[in-house]
Design a protein around this ligand. Structure first.
Ligand code: PLP
Length: 394
């Protein structure tokens, strides 16, 4: 009989996948479900990027690429990072997700600890617990803008801590650290030289306030910082699967070894496309960021008029993470009680035909995440449906 490895048995089915499947089942029954569950831009990949990919394919760039990434792309990545990095410090992978997975596999032993501020992107924990590492969750709240405080960081560090995971702008909260806030965390880390930092900056270009990279806030910690970034969100290239890590050469070398025995180099065509995305025209970044900002404003102000919801104004990414604490304990029209954020999301899926993700999936119950990377028409309709369903609670 089939037997699953213990480390794989611990992997949970993502709540986001579960909700997408429930939404799809309703759609299959002919119900007009609006999904605000997933995090990918609704814009197309810029045409010059697609042209570059086609040109590369026609020119024969169709053979195995170097495992670490093509020299031209690594050079472009190092150049745009805004710090004095060498291309040997860059690893190109199949999405930012693989960069993270490489880093964990290359560094974590059973019993090691990773500090994970909540709310967090759902995949992080599964990726490093797969390596036997323990997640040390530090809850944040709307009162601190969903940001990790230096005091909370200090309290979470033990002699087993290997990584601090920072995600700015953050998924699902949209919270973004200022340079001063990053510098205050760096002050704590200077007292604990064994703690390394992963700065997941994948939403760098979807920022409504000035973006600060962890290395610019703490250049002296660059020798224990891994920057994670990619083209998925900024250039609407989620399907091309192309991301990168920038860090100390010793770490990158260990990550290249891991990747070399799993997927090898990232797709040669996607690498050519990413090179065009980084070196070609950049005006779509600002235009799209402006479009996301006006959707954010619309969504935040609508949610804040609804009974039981409180929605802070996020500074980046394309998510809002309102508290739904005021809906807990209220009754559905059938008399049953909404007891959790997941109950509320189930109710909104079945009654309002709107798919959202409960906060518990991100380690912070009592909230839900709505992705506004969707058309204004769909958002307007979806918000009206949520409002009607909430009004029907007693
Ligand atoms: N990091 C965060 C915080 C994300 O939200 C995502 C995607 O949802 C990723 C990384 C993965 O990005 P990629 O498409 O480059 O694998």
């Amino acid at each position: 009989p089939f037997r699953r490895a213990q480390r794989a048995a611990a992997l949970s089915l993502s709540e986001i996948v579960r909700i997408s499947e429930a939404a799809r089942a309703l759609q299959a029954e002919g119900k007009p479900v609006l999904t605000f569950g997933t995090g990918e831009p609704d814009f197309p990949t810029p045409p010059h990027v697609i042209d570059a990919a086609m040109k590369a394919a026609r020119a024969g760039q169709t053979t195995y690429p170097p495992t670490q990434g093509t020299p031209a792309l690594r050079k472009a990545i190092a150049a745009q990072a805004g710090f004095d990095f060498d291309p040997t410090q860059v690893l190109v992978s199949t999405g930012a997700k693989q960069v993270l997975s490489n880093a964990f596999q290359a560094t974590l032993d059973p019993g090691d600890e990773v500090i994970l501020p909540a709310p967090y992107w759902t995949s992080y924990g599964d990726m490093f617990t797969f390596c036997g590492a323990k997640q040390v969750v530090v809850e944040t709240s709307a009162e601190t803008g969903f940001l990790l405080t230096p005091e909370a960081l200090e309290a979470a560090i033990t002699d087993k801590t290997r990584w601090l995971l920072l995600n700015t702008p953050g998924n699902p909260s949209g919270a973004m650290y200022s340079e001063a806030q990053l510098a205050a965390l760096a002050d704590v880390l200077r007292r604990h030289p064994h703690v390394w930092v992963i700065a997941d900056e994948i939403y760098q270009h979807i920022a409504y306030a000035p973006f600060a990279s962890f290395v610019s806030a703490a250049p002296d910690l660059a020798d224990r910082t891994l920057i994670v970034n990619g083209v998925s969100k900024a250039h609407a290239m989620t399907g091309w699967r192309l991301g990168w890590g920038i860090g100390p050469a010793s770490l990158i070398k260990a990550m290249v070894a891991v990747q070399g025995q799993s997927t090898s180099g990232a797709s040669s065509i996607s690498q050519a496309a990413a090179l065009a995305a980084l070196t070609g025209p950049q005006d779509h970044l600002a235009t799209r960021c402006d479009a996301f900002k006006s959707r954010r404003d619309m969504v935040v102000s609508a949610l804040n008029t609804m009974p039981g919801l409180t929605c802070p104004v996020p500074e980046g990414a394309f998510y809002v993470f309102p508290s739904c604490a005021g809906t807990i304990g209220r009754k559905r029209p059938d008399g049953s009680v909404i007891e959790t954020d997941a109950d509320l999301c189930d109710y909104l899926l079945n009654e309002a035909l709107v798919a959202l993700v409960p906060g518990r999936a991100f380690g912070l119950p009592g909230h839900f995440r709505l992705s506004y990377a969707y058309s204004t028409d769909n958002l307007t309709e979806g918000l009206a449906r949520i409002s009607r369903a909430l009004d029907a609670l007693t």
